[in-house]
Design a protein around this ligand. Sequence first.
Ligand code: UDP
Ligand code: MG
Length: 310
Amino acid sequence: MKTLSVIVPCFNEEAVIAVTYQRIKKVLSELNNVSGRIIFVNDGSKDKTREILSEIAAEDPSAQVIHFSRNFGHQKAVTAGINYCKSDLAVIIDADLQDPPELIPELLAKQEAQQANVVYCVRKSRAGESKFKLWSAKTFYRSLNKLSEVQFPLDTGDFRLIDARVMREFNRFKEKGKYIRGIISWIGFKQVPFYYEREARLAGETKYPLKKMLAFASTALLYFSKKPLMMVVSLGFTVVAFSIIMALWYALGKIFGYTNAESGWTSIMIIVIFFGGIQLLTVGVLGQYIGILFDEVKERPEYIIDKIEN
Ligand code: UDP
Ligand code: MG
């Protein structure tokens, strides 16, 4: 009999978590030939999530709860879930029921039928999301693919089924900044898509405000692409080439008398600001990568666990 763990990262999910537990539990209890359990990772919730999860753990020994010492972020919570998972298979799923747990049997069937190592879920539609979120997500995944050295499946979140082999490889990744869906694609083996309709959040608010979304996007970009550095180099070359042409043009113009360059305040100001801007941009891009080196070189633990139940 195969074993399956459902990994659920939770941050301030008191409004949904009890229902989430019941729905996953029901699905797991109806599985044939697979014995399922749940790993909740409480990512430093400040509401009643902690108490609710502890109650669940006390009543159900098959539900494991990992409590972080504070909020470390969604990707760290999923990482901890994978690190602690000992099953043959794992499903990563959000706590807010946007990804319906009722699809788990279909994911298992697809994995079995195709002997896949990863079944990643592709969103055919996304209910209940703001126009901005839809647009930004769409633009982000497409731009990332243009910039990255590896290609990622589009419109795919962390909702997926992975097997023990993929988890073993994942656990070898020492980088602290984790863009999990990217890492799993990067690992390779047999990965197959599964198309589904994403639902609206059952209750509560999104735990991904703009600030977290931007941090998430920049981790993805910086860890999977060095192209921004190349782009900045090209920009430098273009500007230098332009300045040489301009210098020649005006030098020859002086000799042959076809220019009459008056010293003008406006043109000088524009040029000074323009080059100041380009330099700041270049240093900024460089700084982003140095920042990553700084974070990685410190070798801090990725997350701190307060307590594990079951
Ligand atoms: N989450 C987390 N830590 C965080 C933010 C979010 O563990 O710092 C969890 C959250 O509880 C949920 C999942 O990550 O299970 C996705 O978050 P959410 O549904 O709020 O994001 P959205 O679907 O709006 O992008
Ligand atoms: Mg959500």
